[in-house]
Design a protein around this ligand. Structure first.
Ligand code: HEC
Ligand code: HEC
Length: 414
């Protein structure tokens, strides 16, 4: 090759490299701006501080089986670190369950009709809508919940921490011994709380530490003191931490071209950001994604009306709170009934609901139910989006940049 040609080729390569570096730079800049425009803030701006002694005793309570009447289930039985603070099962196994993860299925136990929600970011600033159907949510200065006008706190996370111990099958055993408690009224709940807090008072590890952290005497302890401590632990241990994506947006750290491509689809063509926005990648609003329904369903016979169960408004049928996406690579299976195993399939089912459905195998009733779900879905800002396989793979890569680990491992303690 003549040296002049070699120089020319060299220049051409250099020129190409500069152009693609500029394009990369532009793509990174666009992605950073999109993230900020759509509500991403530095992780620390979502934090709500809690006193350290309260957090410490909250961890012990979270890991203790004492908070289930039958003393066999702890919060940590279902909300496990190993599975990104969920349980790795499609739907949860509550009281009478043994072991963790898939082992719980083989050993039996009461089945909860919904997929366990991970706890990342819960109780952070503005994270005021809890559970798949928003059954606990802040409404002005009040908190809406099953407690009606008697909410035990004006902090939604503290109210939420009151619920598992009194929910049949979750931490309250479903058999004759609890028959009189199974009405799930505020009155019966209060009688369960009385028993549980008495146990805490009598426990040398828990009672004194909780009383001290709450600056009350042992005799004065109430269940809400325990719930407050658990909430303090959740909001501290599972608080949002800087992810690789935060570092990219706020500290100029690089992402791979594939991750950037996925991010641009997330904020652009895929329109994911229409619902997965804000500091938690959730609008904390309710939407109908016609994801496959497995299991008995909250409403029975394979049906879950979602938000409708809380509002009784027919327009809310089949709607669920947009799930936040932190650590989403670790929280399989996905969707409210845990019907989807792979992250890529969780994405596909958003824009192509028929992909996992076999209408021929359905009963007439199931088909009618599915058409209703499709109708609700068709009004959502995802119907009309189409992604090809490479694009889905890139979005999965992008979602993996939203991972972090908790400070303290949680495990059930005997
Ligand atoms: C039997 C398994 C199980 C146990 C035990 C359990 N949970 Fe859960 N948790 C779930 C499931 C399932 C959901 C989702 C239910 C729903 O939204 O309908 C959930 C949801 C939550 C949420 C709402 C998260 C969100 O995204 O809004 C909080 C908070 C929570 N649990 C805290 C606790 C605490 C505190 C304890 C112990 C006192 C506990 N859980 C015990 C299974 C369990
Ligand atoms: C119209 C609002 C909306 C849009 C747009 C949307 N989602 Fe979702 N997303 C939801 C809702 C609601 C669910 C839960 C649905 C259910 O459980 O049936 C969900 C579930 C998920 C899940 C499963 C999370 C879990 O913990 O189970 C992932 C992952 C996800 N979305 C990613 C995406 C991606 C990626 C896009 C863009 C291609 C997207 N979403 C677009 C509302 C939306």
């Amino acid at each position: 090759m003549k040296s002049a040609t070699r120089i020319l080729l060299g220049l051409w390569f250099l020129g190409g490299a500069i152009c693609s570096a500029e394009a990369d730079d532009l793509r990174s800049r666009v992605l950073r701006e999109a993230a900020i425009e759509n509500g991403l803030v530095p992780a620390s701006e979502t934090h709500v501080a809690s006193p350290e002694p309260l957090v410490e005793v909250g961890k012990k309570l979270f890991e203790s089986r004492l908070l289930s009447l039958s003393e066999d289930t702890a919060c940590a039985s279902c909300h496990l670190d190993k599975f990104g603070s969920a349980d790795g099962l499609p739907i949860a196994i509550g009281t009478e369950g043994e072991g963790i993860g898939a082992e719980r299925v083989f050993r039996g136990g009461d089945i909860i009709p919904r997929n366990v929600l991970p706890l990342w970011g819960r109780g952070g600033k503005g994270f005021d809508v809890l559970f798949w159907d928003g059954k606990v949510e802040r409404n002005g200065s009040a908190v809406h919940s099953q407690f009606g006008d008697e909410a035990p706190s004006n902090d939604p996370l503290i109210v939420a921490a009151h619920l598992p111990p009194v929910e049949i099958g979750e931490m309250l055993i479903d058999n004759k011994s609890t028959l009189e408690l199974q009405t799930e009224t505020v009155e019966t709940a209060n009688s369960v709380y009385e028993t549980l807090i008495e146990r805490v008072r009598e426990n040398p590890e828990l009672g004194d530490a909780l009383a001290k952290a709450q600056s009350v005497s042992l005799a004065e302890l109430e269940f809400s003191d325990a719930a407050e401590a658990i909430a303090a632990f959740i909001r501290t241990n599972f608080r949002v931490k800087p992810t690789r994506f935060h570092d990219f947006v706020f500290r100029g750290a690089p992402l791979s071209p594939e991750e950037i491509k996925g991010g641009l689809i997330f904020y652009g063509k895929g329109n994911c950001v229409a619902c997965h926005n804000g500091p938690y990648f959730s609008d904390l609003g309710f939407h109908a994604i016609a994801s496959p329904q497995v299991g008995f369903g909250k409403n029975g016979f394979g049906v879950d009306y979602g938000r409708f169960n809380v509002t009784l408004d027919v327009n809310d049928k089949y709607m669920f709170r947009t799930p936040p996406l932190y650590n989403v690579t670790k929280t399989a299976p996905y969707m409210h009934s845990g019907s989807v195993d792979a992250l890529s399939d969780a994405i596909r089912t958003h824009y192509d609901p028929l992909i996992f459905i076999d209408p021929k195998g359905m009963t007439g009733l199931e088909r009618v139910d599915f058409y209703d779900r499709l109708k609700a879905w068709s009004h959502e800002p995802i119907s009309g989006v189409v992604l090809d396989e490479d694009e889905v793979a890139a979005v999965v890569m992008f979602l993996a940049t939203l991972s972090y680990v908790s400070d303290q491992k949680v495990e059930v303690v005997d």
